[in-house]
Design a protein around this ligand. Structure first.
Ligand code: SIN
Ligand code: FE
Length: 291
């Protein structure tokens, strides 16, 4: 199986052909990255002044837009912030339209989560090892328990020059979990309650959330694994879009600047093949219910 599946899609809105939709859901749920080289997110002339890292306030990792419309971690004058909000909103609408068109079975259960704008060059940014996204990982949220729900993310490279977003994609989820899971310690049951009671998490973490957080951290901290694991380097040029289940695909972002990203959450039951969800894979591996 190759890391990448390329699609000839050139519009954010369907209808898409049956064969294209079938191939897309098979690739997505199978753990591939769907690459859309002919689908740019185009900025207006006016919006081009948003292409500067100065818009980022420096707190948190990125600028984000809540589904409620609230902009976070953006600096700059009111006019620029309104322009930014409008651009991110338009990107979010395009992303919703594409995902609903390509995966109509998801539409009733699809939750649009945060939109992010990543205007800072990632190569050379300094982070602690568990926050370092240049190391291969699956996504897991430290403060938001997912209880098995999926994390689907869509990205567009909007760099005005020729700079690609460069990723590494690693081995399939189950193979990673076979290696890393033995290193993941099970926290005592009281820990999840304490975290929730002291508002470190929004609700109580399930065993699944502990495991996913553990896989995320232990994979990043394991330097031998990072070096030895098979990986494919992919360069996404400006003007392209790609998407994948980032809770399933081992990924690392090595370099690049100016990317827009939309996150979606989805119930496992809304998938065409729920058995492919990390929740189901981990339940089969451990022989227990994790939520
Ligand atoms: C990540 O999800 O690890 C980062 C992806 C990116 O910003 O390209
Ligand atoms: Fe990630």
């Amino acid at each position: 199986m190759s890391a990448l599946e390329t699609f000839d899609i050139a519009a954010w809105t369907g209808p898409f052909a049956d064969a294209e939709r079938d191939a897309a859901i098979r690739a997505l749920e199978g753990g591939q990255v769907l690459y859309l080289p002919h689908l740019p997110f185009v900025l207006s002339e006016k919006e081009k002044r948003l292409l500067t890292p100065d818009l980022f306030s420096g707190r948190a990792k990125n600028i984000s837009l809540d589904p409620s419309g609230k902009l976070k971690h953006a600096a700059g004058a009111d006019g620029d912030r309104a322009l930014l909000q409008g651009m991110m909103q338009r990107f979010a609408s395009g992303a919703v339209s594409l995902i609903e068109g390509l995966f109509p079975g998801y539409a009733p259960k699809l939750e649009r989560a945060r939109t992010s704008y990543r205007p800072v060059e990632i190569a050379g940014r300094k982070y602690s090892p568990v926050h370092d996204d240049t190391r291969l990982h699956v996504d897991a949220f430290p403060t938001r328990p997912m209880r098995g729900r999926r994390i689907l993310r869509l990205f567009s490279n909007i760099h005005p020059g020729a700079t690609p977003r460069v990723w590494n994609v690693g081995e399939p989820f189950a193979q990673m979990a076979e290696k890393i899971l033995p290193r993941v310690k099970e926290p005592p049951p009281i820990a999840a309650w304490l975290r929730a009671a002291t508002f470190q998490t929004r609700g109580v973490r399930s065993r699944y959330d502990d495991m996913m957080m553990g896989l995320h951290d232990q994979a990043k901290l394991n330097v031998d694994y990072q070096q030895a694991t098979p990986k494919t380097e992919i360069a996404f040029p400006p003007g392209t879009t790609w998407l994948c289940y980032t809770d399933q695909v081992m990924h690392a972002a090595l370099s690049g600047q100016y990317v827009l990203e939309q996150t979606f959450h989805l119930d496992v039951e809304a998938m065409a093949e729920p058995a492919r969800a990390p929740l189901k894979v981990l339940e089969r591996m451990t022989g227990r219910a994790l939520v």
